[in-house]
Design a protein around this ligand. Structure first.
Ligand code: AMP
Length: 298
């Protein structure tokens, strides 16, 4: 899974990124963390970025694009990553697109955490207090003055990315004013839906489609062969029996037919009217004779 987390400073990107890392076993790539490490290590990049960061400005695109390009290539990013704090400008987003394209990778979603600006100062103050309580080094850009500059650069440079990813149908907007737990649940719910919607397309269009097609090619003839065998076997038996039965019927039939013919069943019925007719004729002849005798006597 490859994600982008979008949101102003204090929106909770870092917290949610940690949770997503655990859930999806992917790495969190935070350009802010990488730049801070570079500043601490006093590398060439660190030296260039130090003052810009301290003032709440944006480090030049070519520097951050270079950092991300190298980082994505690392083996631990092969399973997926969450980009936290990158891209921050449209040119960075375009560079990311071509970077992913050149590597044959796809972005799953850009998750925007939307928050009320009025709540951000309180959140950042709370974060500073917690870091101090834990004895951690507080970020030099976590002051009210620098925060307002960072917010301004978010509005002018980064917010256009909401439109950018919306156009690409990659944008997922989450209400960042909910509790941390609720935000996590909502992100998980939306990402699960994205993964589920993607799964059939990926599987069917790539590997599985080929496997299913191959399985069909093999199994369909096999199944139809089985069916055919089943069907052929029965008809064969039937066919083999059928002629016998038919033959028996055929041999019996003439016998039956011959019987009535020889025993005169049909002739009986035929003879009856003939006999009757004969009797009628004889009677008529007798009565005719009687009548002529009577006439002669007279
Ligand atoms: P963050 O930890 O993401 O709030 O970043 C801290 C600071 O690092 C920012 O205020 C910027 O000065 C710098 N920075 C981090 N990521 C970028 C980026 N993608 N483009 C430019 N500057 C960045």
């Amino acid at each position: 899974m490859r994600l982008i987390l979008l949101g102003p400073p204090g929106a909770g990107k870092g917290t949610q990124a940690h949770r997503l890392v655990e859930r999806h076993r992917i790495v969190q790539l935070s350009t802010g963390d990488m730049l801070r490490a570079a500043v601490a290590a006093e590398t060439e990049v660190g030296l260039k970025a130090k003052d810009i960061m301290a003032a709440g400005g944006l480090v030049p695109d070519d520097i951050v694009i270079g950092i991300i390009s190298d980082r994505i290539e690392q083996p631990d990013a092969a399973n997926g990553f969450i980009l936290d704090g990158f891209p921050r400008t449209v040119p960075q987003a375009e560079a990311l697109d071509s970077l992913l394209k050149s590597k044959g990778l796809k972005l799953d979603a850009a998750v925007e955490l939307r928050v009320n600006e009025s709540a951000l100062l309180q959140r950042v103050e709370a974060r500073v207090a917690q870091m101090m309580a834990r004895g951690e080094v507080v970020r030099i850009d976590d002051t009210p003055e620098v925060l307002s500059k960072r917010l301004a650069s978010y509005r002018t440079s980064t917010e256009p990315l909401v439109h950018y990813y919306s156009e690409k149908r990659k944008l997922v907007t989450i209400d960042g004013m909910m509790t941390i737990e609720e935000v996590t649940l909502e992100i998980n719910r939306v990402l699960a839906a994205i993964l589920a919607a993607d799964r059939p397309v990926k599987k069917v269009s790539r590997k599985s489609a080929k496997k299913v097609a191959a399985a069909k090619r093999e199994s369909v003839p096999a199944r139809s062969a089985k069916k055919a065998v089943g069907k052929v076997k029965k008809p064969l038996v039937k066919k083999a029996k059928a002629p016998k039965k038919a033959a028996r019927k055929a041999t019996k039939a003439p016998k039956k037919a011959a019987k009535p013919a020889s025993k005169g069943k049909t002739t009986k019925s035929a003879k009856k009217p003939a006999k009757k007719a004969g009797r009628v004729v004889k009677k008529a002849a007798k009565s005719a004779k009687k009548a002529t005798k009577k006439r002669a006597k007279r």
